[in-house]
Design a protein around this ligand. Sequence first.
Ligand SMILES: *[C@@H]1O[C@H](CO)[C@@H](O)[C@H](O)[C@H]1NC(C)=O
Ligand SMILES: *[C@@H]1O[C@H](CO)[C@@H](O)[C@H](O)[C@H]1NC(C)=O
Length: 346
Amino acid sequence: MNDQVFNTLSKTTISLSLLLLLQAVSGSAAASPPRIISFQKGFTQLFGGDTNLLRSDDDNTVHLHLNQYTGAGFKSSNMYNHGLFSARIKLPSEYTAGIVVAFYTSNGDVFEKTHDELDFEFLGNIKGKPWRFQTNLYGNGSTHRGREERYTLWFDPSKAYHRYTILWTSSKIIFYIDAVPIREILRSPEMGSDFPSKPMALYATIWDASSWATNGGKYKVNYKYAPFVTEMTDLVLHGCISNPIQDLSTNTCMEIDQQLETIRYNNITRKQKSATKRFREKYMYYSYCYDTLRYPIPPPECVIDPLLRQRLKENGRPDFGRRHHRHSRKGSQVLSSKLYDIEDED
Ligand SMILES: *[C@@H]1O[C@H](CO)[C@@H](O)[C@H](O)[C@H]1NC(C)=O
Ligand SMILES: *[C@@H]1O[C@H](CO)[C@@H](O)[C@H](O)[C@H]1NC(C)=O
């Protein structure tokens, strides 16, 4: 593992991600290319009032505040049957223990018991410690089969904007940070309905998750440092707008589905592949695929990398609390379940 590679990488990722976006925008399938969407055009506020959700004059930037009274959040006005969801995000700095900033897709408002979800969840940390985050997915209410991975980052996410992207097609899911595909899930037939398959909306929230976010709840939100502000800008929504209640067998989404299969974000270069590998070897410290206590037989989509298995073992799996919590994303109406508390070490 080579630090230099990552330093170079982080310097070039901003321009690279812009390039990717531009390539996607100017791609051959120009019918409705990925585009930056203003708040007014694409989103509605969920909670936080006028004081905790602030929009820029050009309406392309949103500031979400968390203070002792409330957090803030918004969601896309439409639901999408597959899509590319993306934003440039800057996280709160300094003491951020207990704070969760979530950027995710879900349909929990519509399908309470059988919801689908794809998550980026940033988990705060005490002063001087790096932000940690996790990605996860649920399909058709598979909340008892979490597929969490946890990582640190190769940069300080509170210092500058970085682009976070979720690509969801009928055959795969890719989580991106800038130009680096940090996680790819290929749909395997054995996954069945655990692979998200119903239209979802995009959500972005900041909230107090003192009970579990940082080191399994050891460090709480300290409002002496409030307000905690996360900034989100240049939001991209590109997918087939769908009514989740309608018959999903109609073919109206075929064209966009096809586009999603061929856009730049769905075509990982060799260079990106090695960046993925480097990222996972160096920054991933937990993966459900290697958690044999929890899953004696890894779920079907897991591709076990012997090197990673060895490393995660050598580094020791974080202690697991076998506590099952239900956490409500306060105010967002979305009941999501962080069923598995991964107790990060200090
Ligand atoms: C989703 O779950 C519900 C309830 O368990 C079940 O009835 C339904 O068949 C599932 N859908 C799929 C596509 O498997
Ligand atoms: C992916 O990219 C490679 C090289 O840039 C290109 O040759 C190939 O046709 C692309 N594939 C798709 C499905 O776009």
